[in-house]
Ligand binder design. Structure first.
Ligand SMILES: Cc1cc2nc3c(=O)[nH]c(=O)nc-3n(C[C@H](O)[C@H](O)[C@H](O)COP(=O)(O)OP(=O)(O)OC[C@H]3O[C@@H](n4cnc5c(N)ncnc54)[C@H](O)[C@@H]3O)c2cc1C
Length: 397
């Protein structure tokens, strides 16, 4: 049995704690916020490997979006100047090189989710089946063929209540959850398993004679043989005292929640694929609308015109949304690497330090498989059945 400190209580840190505790380790999970999570609560809650390949962030895309935010993607010129190396690498490598690996990783993670739900009947308002909708039937056909999923035509989509969309792809076996309920119930589950969950404590790292040492607010040193950094978009800041940079930058997104008054408005978990918008209605009646991929640092506030773009676009395809009452607005920060691959493994030069971050747009989908890799690595083993070398932190050393 090892003592393990997990720094960051988002979904990645919670799954890492879950698996390590299952293996009998003595786990302490430290989370800076006492008042709820930012990113692991403020997201779409879609566990959807099929729709995971991201649009490549090529130079042309960057050039066309830097100076005007009219769609879901925006990159501030200031952010490009401050992190020129990151953007040059993103433009050079894009994401398409590893599309197949990401799809396979997502499929493995979905399998781990299903195993998890069979064992632990948490109630995160799971819904089965995700539909991606397209303005062009041809686009939908191409995606359906590529993913080996079912194509749906314009008349079926119109019957569901959507307008102006001609094609859809249904991923029957993929799921959506209410991320707030899921994180709350997983945290409770960790406590009952014996994980020491310490909320409202900020962890800092230092070098203690060649080994990483974690200290929490107030100066208490955490006694641990291994430390796992799962601090999401903040992982760069957390690791910087040890001279390692996981090359993670925050890409923010917006979440709007509406009260439907109990009326069914959204037929099922839906992706409006032409706009990068996700839409779902939870069993509680709450409608969740999410979008935007903006690289602007850690600013929380979205401009009013961005919110209007999101609402108007969603309403133009599902008019029933227009009458709903907004009850919550939140911002999340995706932890993104320039090659769009996670950073999972041992941190160079420190035998007792691991990092698990960089899941960017797919952090909910990939949390179990990320934790699966860390679970093996903490015990000194290679994780079977996943291309873990691709995610080696040493690639950024
Ligand atoms: C709008 C939006 C929609 C999204 N939709 C989806 C989706 O549908 N499906 C999907 O798969 N993914 C989605 N994502 C991505 C997903 O939400 C993230 O990738 C995921 O939540 C990242 O989880 P994490 O645990 O790695 O990081 P986080 O959730 O950011 O957790 C890291 C935690 O570390 C804590 N921390 C930081 N520094 C310290 C410190 N020094 N000491 C202690 N604690 C610290 C932070 O407070 C934070 O709670 C979406 C993201 C956004 C923004």
């Amino acid at each position: 049995m090892l003592r393990v400190a997990v720094l960051g209580g988002g979904i990645t840190g919670m799954f890492v704690s879950y698996y390590l505790r299952e293996d009998g380790h003595d786990v302490t999970l430290v989370e800076e916020r006492a008042d709820g999570l930012v990113t692991s609560s403020n997201n779409g809650g879609f566990i959807t490997p099929s729709f995971s390949p991201a649009p490549p962030i090529g130079l042309a895309k960057i050039a066309s979006t830097v100076f005007g935010a009219s769609g879901p993607l925006y990159i501030s010129p200031f952010e490009v100047m401050r992190n020129a190396g990151w953007f040059v690498r993103a433009a050079r490598e894009g994401v398409t090189a590893h599309e197949k690996d990401v799809l396979d990783l997502g499929a493995k993670s979905l399998q781990l989710y299903l195993e998890f739900f069979r064992k632990d009947d948490l109630q995160p308002e799971r819904q089965k089946g995700i539909i991606g909708l397209y303005k062009s039937a041809q686009d939908a056909r191409v995606v359906a063929e590529k993913l080996h999923e079912r194509f749906v035509g314009g008349s079926d989509i119109a019957e569901m209540g959507y307008v102006g969309l001609q094609g859809g792809v249904v991923a029957e076996n993929e799921i959506s959850i209410d991320p707030v309920k899921f994180c709350d119930s997983l945290r409770d589950r960790l406590r009952t398993m014996g994980v020491k969950v310490r909320l409202g404590e900020k962890a800092t790292l230092s070098n203690a004679g060649g080994r990483a040492q974690a200290t929490i607010s107030g100066g208490e040193r955490l006694e641990a043989e291994s430390i796992v950094v799962t601090s999401g978009a903040m992982s760069r800041e957390v690791l910087s005292p040890l001279g390692y940079n996981p090359r993670v930058l925050p890409a923010r997104g917006l979440v709007l929640l509406y009260d439907s008054g109990g009326e069914k408005i959204v037929p099922g978990p839906t992706l409006l694929e032409d706009y990068g918008i996700a839409l779902v209605q939870h069993a509680s009646g709450i409608v969740r609308l999410t979008s935007f991929f903006e690289m602007t640092g850690y600013k929380i506030e979205f401009a009013q015109r961005r919110k209007e773009w999101l609402e108007e676009t969603a309403c133009s395809h599902l008019p029933g949304l227009a009458k709903l009452k907004l009850v919550h607005q939140g911002t999340g920060f995706r932890p993104c690497t320039p090659d769009q691959l996670p950073v999972v493994g041992r941190v160079p030069r420190y035998s007792n330090l691991f990092v698990a971050t960089g899941n960017c747009r797919l952090g909910i989908t990939l949390a179990p498989v990320t934790a699966y890799m860390i679970r093996a690595m903490v015990s000194g083993a290679d994780p079977p059945g996943v291309p873990w070398r691709l995610f080696d932190p040493a690639r950024f050393a």
